[in-house]
Ligand binder design. Structure first.
Ligand code: ZN
Ligand code: ZN
Length: 472
């Protein structure tokens, strides 16, 4: 036991030393910078401004036909405005006269994306609106961050500067987040979905009042349910991977893997995927992905493709493309996602993902001390080579990134300074969704509140000034 403690202590000292080593590279900035960095809205200079101190007799207008998340957006506006200014504005369903109203979720002539938000500031009215189902609610949170310097730091602590001396530039402001799927995988979010919505994490709750979840599935291991070994294994061992000279029966990690060149396997997997999509008509993607084991199929047909393509991803991607072609006939708007993970991380030489295929690239081998695009880090250089190869042949890449020590959640994990650069690197290379895996099954991991805040802000706005905000 004592030995374990001393090993833990040494690890902690080293990790802290790493953190300090990284921290001295940047110049801490505090105070007013906290208010002014990373604004999405109101980044213009103008003499025309809405003077918040004159809003005392205004009201909040929420249309009676508003959806639950828009009604909740009205309540959130009322709550946050009261906290920030001391003014309690009533919520009404109809505006009396033209001026002195805050319109929440007002209909626009344009079609906005499901999370796209629009803020229109006039001297005598304010409109916060957005696409359905989450644009308006997210617009309210963005408004308070940028107009008042509000920070949603933890579920039980929101930083709200108290002031009526706030002037907001008149103009029309819009934002549409670049990542469709944003999952900061902390129990701090899943246990507190209202807080997750404030951070604009769109993957943890079906509650309509919070705008629900994105209709994108996490691209994750799925062979075990698309072709269950329990159901087919006894009668059709040839559906499963040939490994060490025989058809595999190992079920660990969701195995066995499939023989991905078997025509019946392609057909049945497609049928089972289509049946899932028939039952879940709102979903915009489905995962057709390898099990979490390296015991992939070594039969002659599979290996011939792998050899030709220079990676076991050769036969895997040929399979996913074939399944995606069948799925498209029934569900033309649905994407088929697959993991590029472990032995399939490297892109094939000639086979490209079909137009309806998404690649979920996993960075499990990466070093977390250096930014992923640090050319001096050998491990990360290898990942970047793979990512850049993928980004040449696929414009719908997703990322599975790792943000904790999975053995000891409480040990320092020296990645705070690389989260920002990493997210920006992913975006530059065609990433459309990011799963930041962390200690999702418990709260209070090492700096988990801070990490969750930082990750969520970065995924919402990759231009977020991570260094300044961290120092604050
Ligand atoms: Zn095979
Ligand atoms: Zn490194």
């Amino acid at each position: 036991m004592q030995r374990v403690i001393s090993v833990l202590a040494i690890s902690m000292i080293f990790s802290v030393a790493f953190l300090i080593g990284c921290a001295v590279k940047s110049t801490p900035q505090i105070g007013e910078k906290f208010m002014s960095t990373s604004k999405i809205l109101f980044n213009i200079e103008t003499d025309k401004q809405l003077d918040v101190s004159k809003m005392k007799d205004w009201d909040i207008i929420v249309d009676p036909d508003a959806i639950p998340s828009e009604k909740y957006a009205g309540e959130e506006f009322q709550r946050l405005f009261k906290e920030a200014t001391g003014m309690m504005l009533p919520i009404n369903s109809k505006a009396q006269g033209e001026s002195n109203h805050v319109y929440i979720g007002k209909a626009t002539s344009e079609k906005l994306g499901e999370e796209e938000l629009m803020v229109i500031v006039n001297k005598d009215s304010l409109i916060i609106t957005g696409g359905r189902p989450r644009g308006t609610l997210y617009g309210v949170y963005q408004f308070f961050e940028d107009a008042f310097g509000v920070r949603f730091l933890t579920f039980d602590h929101t930083y709200i500067p108290k002031s009526t001396d706030v002037k907001i530039p008149v103009g029309e402001f819009r934002y549409n987040p670049p990542f469709l799927f944003r999952w900061s995988y902390y129990a701090e979010n899943s246990k507190e979905p209202e807080f997750a919505a404030r951070l604009r994490v769109n993957t943890v709750t079906h509650a309509e009042k919070l705008g629900g979840v994105t209709p994108q599935n996490l691209i994750n291991h799925s062979f075990h349910w698309l072709l269950p070994f329990d159901k087919y294994g006894a009668e059709h061992p040839e559906y499963y991977a040939l490994f060490e000279g025989k058809r595999d029966t190992e079920t660990g990690g969701g195995g066995p893997q499939l023989c991905v060149t078997n025509k019946d396997v392609i057909r049945i997997v497609a049928e089972n995927a289509i049946s899932y999509l028939d039952q879940h008509p709102n979903m915009r993607n489905i995962s057709v992905s390898q099990a979490n084991t390296a015991r992939y199929c070594h039969c002659d047909e599979c290996e011939a493709i792998n050899k030709r393509e220079g990676t076991p991803m050769g036969s895997q991607l040929a399979f996913v493309n074939a399944v995606a072609k069948l799925i498209e006939q029934k569900h033309p708007d649905v994407k088929v996602g697959t993991l590029a993970y472990w032995y399939t991380r490297k892109a094939p030489k000639t086979i490209k993902p079909r137009h309806n295929v998404q690649i979920q690239l996993c960075s499990i081998e990466c070093c977390t001390l250096h930014p992923i695009d640090d050319p001096t880090c050998e491990k990360n250089r290898a990942f970047c080579q793979d990512m850049e190869e993928w980004s040449k042949i696929c414009n719908d890449i997703w990322i599975w990134n790792y943000n904790t020590n999975f053995r000891y959640y409480d040990l320092p994990f020296p990645n705070l300074r690389v989260i920002g650069p990493n997210v920006r690197y992913f975006l530059r290379n065609n990433a459309k969704g990011v799963f930041m895996q962390a200690n999702g099954n418990g709260t209070s991991g090492e700096l988990s509140d801070l990490r969750n805040y930082l990750i969520s802000r970065m995924l919402w706005n990759p231009n977020f000034d991570d260094n300044t905000n961290l120092n604050n």
